[in-house]
Design a protein around this ligand. Structure first.
Ligand SMILES: [Zn+2]
Length: 293
């Protein structure tokens, strides 16, 4: 599905930034996330993902302060909705809670001046992968409608590729979910795809295959500006075990061949680095790799 991009889409550039705050940020003496933006700008980074992973608890005033700082220092803010969201659920009460978590995350992100709400689509401990996908698809269509009713129609819902075998979120599933509505954008977590596929990404062609599938299955705009998570990852037979840092020896996938592909294709994704503890430092390593490609 090739198409012509609008000038607005063309003017985007690749962005790099951390998920949350590095250990070094706190070691310097900073205490609050709103202090991160001047610091990230000083490092040369231009994206930041705020994590609501364990709950959506933020005062509106804090969100507004973050929004002011992010805009002042030209940092694109996204958020990660809680980990316990599971759109595959069949329980009505849980379903309603999922919707609330996403709406609350999006409201606060809007105050922060951001658009991309990243979330984990779900897992299928109690059902099959096919049934789980059907539930997620249905739930997501409902959520899109609710977002529009709630004045959140300008936000982006970004389901993420997941790393465990018992989770929904294969590359094909995420691409298919994007077909539901213009509001739904893919979050491609390459570490998760690597873990899910038992070390599936070993060379540039593996990245090329992923990007080809995205080009084929997504609208040109979503392919061009996809959201991405990147980190080295440890996995077992069940898939993802834990995120690693670039300093940990022996873990992949390697970023350089992806940087090469992204540059060659002229794509402008936002790369959020999820290294444990050194996410800002490693995001900067990724940026340098990209620039030197
Ligand atoms: Zn995630």
């Amino acid at each position: 599905m090739l198409g012509v991009l609008t000038p607005e889409e063309k003017k985007n550039s690749v962005r790099f930034g951390p998920s949350g705050n590095s250990e070094s940020f706190y070691a310097i003496g900073y205490k609050h996330s709103f202090e991160a933006f001047a610091w990230l700008n000083g490092l040369g980074l231009s994206a930041y993902e705020y994590s609501f992973s364990h709950g959506v608890n933020m005062k509106p005033e804090t969100a507004e302060t973050i929004g002011r700082e992010a805009s002042k220092y030209n940092i694109a803010v996204s958020c990660h909705a809680p980990y316990y969201i599971n759109l595959a659920t069949e329980e009505t009460e849980k379903k309603q809670k999922n919707i609330d978590y996403l709406v609350d995350s999006a409201r606060l992100l809007k105050m922060m001046g951001g658009k991309r709400v990243v979330f984990h689509p779900g897992s299928f401990a109690k059902t099959t992968q096919v049934k789980a996908y059907e539930n997620i698809e249905k739930a997501l269509a409902e959520i899109v409608a609710i977002f529009r009713q709630e004045g959140l129609g300008d936000m982006m819902l970004c389901p993420e590729t997941l790393g465990k075998k018992r989770q929904s979120g294969s590359l094909d599933e995420i691409i298919a979910l994007c077909d539901i509505d213009d509001m739904i954008y893919p979050t491609i977590d390459f570490g998760h795809l690597h873990a899910r596929g038992q070390g599936a990404i070993v060379c540039e062609q593996d990245y090329a295959d992923i990007l080809d599938a995205m080009e084929k299955g997504l609208s040109p705009e979503k392919y061009q500006n996809f959201h991405s998570h990147f980190s080295h990852i440890e996995y077992t037979d069940a898939g993802e075990k834990q995120h690693r840092t670039f300093a940990d020896f022996g873990f992949g996938p390697d970023f350089a061949p992806l940087a090469k592909q992204v540059k060659q294709r002229g794509l402008t994704p936002t790369f959020i680095c999820e290294s444990r503890g050194t996410m800002a430092e490693d995001a900067l390593v990724m940026k340098r790799i990209y620039e030197n490609e």
